[in-house]
Ligand binder design. Structure first.
Ligand code: MG
Length: 368
């Protein structure tokens, strides 16, 4: 089997409501997503998506993916997409670094491997676990009443784990948000307080010390790994590192330093399912819990992440976020959907999700 053609589509995905995180520092209204269609000489088609959640969330942006694909896509023509490690080595040679550019192509090759073998990607990644994949919500930064209302709306849809976005300049409002949302919890629920890099260490230490009794995980308190480590040494809450885990080397350092209890394992950010699987396996071997999910995108992107989550023991998962639930456009048929606060990897061969041509439109670039 050989790759004969790669088509690249740009899709704008509007959010149902403007979304604010990092204490209101970053606001998003729509997402710039890139979908790749990888065709082979035996007529199979594989799909992948790259969507970095705007241009301000990570050192990544939508036009960057499409520019990077200009360098990489021609190099994949003629390769067997089922030889995933070979494909990844060719991508890394064609363009060192830039993992987020490569993720959509890697995932599309997993889709093709599944379709060519008749197996869902979850079974190629180690096999489906019995327990469904538990979802977590994404509660935007706001005043405490708005955040509690958002938690209640997610609760109605079955969610029991809520990721509350905090991260103001002053400790006071964040302390209030954490206290108020904790007080509004039901017994079966738990909270993560995600600062999305916003706090300086002194703010993080003040907020976390003042809310120590609330429990809950604190996610990515500061911009850099070193700042997060300073906070780690001065506080007692469980820490999730998210934005700073971009590679296996980042994870290795965090484990060696005992810097976190959990990581956000975002498929796009680390370069696709092949590289995410390596991080997943290291976390399994060293007792680190994971939120396995995407950086953003439609149900196509989400479903790739759910296949890896569904192949990961529930003991080591915290929760998975489905970005597509926040959009007004549904890009594809099938895929992993919210089913009362949990989701399942599709059983069809490959990813089990097929984009709708009328939403994809014409390609913006074609290779081959
Ligand atoms: Mg996060």
């Amino acid at each position: 089997m050989k790759i004969t053609r790669i088509a690249v589509h740009q899709v704008t995905l509007p959010l149902a409501k403007p979304y604010s995180l990092s204490g209101g520092r970053l606001v998003f209204e729509e997402l710039d997503s890139t979908v790749v269609r990888v065709e082979t000489d035996d007529g199979l088609v594989g799909w992948g998506e790259g969507c970095p959640w705007g241009s301000t969330y990570l050192p990544a942006f939508g036009r960057g993916i499409r520019a990077g694909l200009e360098e990489i896509a021609p190099q994949l023509l003629g390769l067997d997409p089922r030889r995933l490690d070979v494909v990844n080595r060719v991508m890394d040679k064609a363009l060192p670094g830039h993992p987020y550019v490569k993720s959509a192509l890697d995932v599309a090759c997993w889709d093709l491997l599944g379709k060519s073998t008749g197996l869902p990607v979850v079974d190629l990644l180690g096999g489906r676990e019995e327990s469904p994949v538990v979802l977590h919500s994404s509660v935007p930064t706001g005043d405490p009443e708005a955040m509690i209302a958002s938690i209640e709306a997610y609760r109605q849809r079955g969610y029991r784990i809520h990721s509350c976005k905090v991260g103001g300049d002053d400790p006071g409002p964040d302390i209030e948000r954490i206290r108020a949302t904790t007080a509004a919890l039901e017994p079966s629920e738990s909270l993560t307080f995600d600062a999305n890099r916003a706090w300086l260490p002194d703010t993080a230490i003040q907020v976390m010390t003042a809310t120590e009794d609330c429990g809950g995980y604190v996610e990515q308190p500061c911009e850099t790994y070193e700042e997060c480590l300073t906070v780690r040494h001065r506080t007692s809450q469980a820490i999730i590192l998210d934005e700073t885990i971009q590679s296996f080397a980042d994870l290795l350092r965090a484990q060696k330093d005992g810097a976190c209890e959990a990581i956000g394992l975002k498929i796009g950010r680390v370069g696709g399912l092949s590289k995410a699987r390596r991080l997943r396996d290291f976390c399994l071997a060293t007792g680190i819990r994971m939120n396995i999910e995407e950086t953003g995108g439609s149900v196509l992107a989400d479903t790739g992440a759910v296949h890896l989550a569904a192949a990961t023991p529930a003991t080591h998962r915290r929760a998975t976020w489905l970005c597509h639930n926040m959009l007004t456009v549904d890009l594809a048929e099938g895929g992993a959907r919210n089913d009362g606060g949990v989701t399942h990897a599709p059983e069809a061969p490959g990813l089990g999700v097929e984009p709708r041509p009328e939403i994809l439109g014409e390609p913006v670039a074609v290779y081959g």
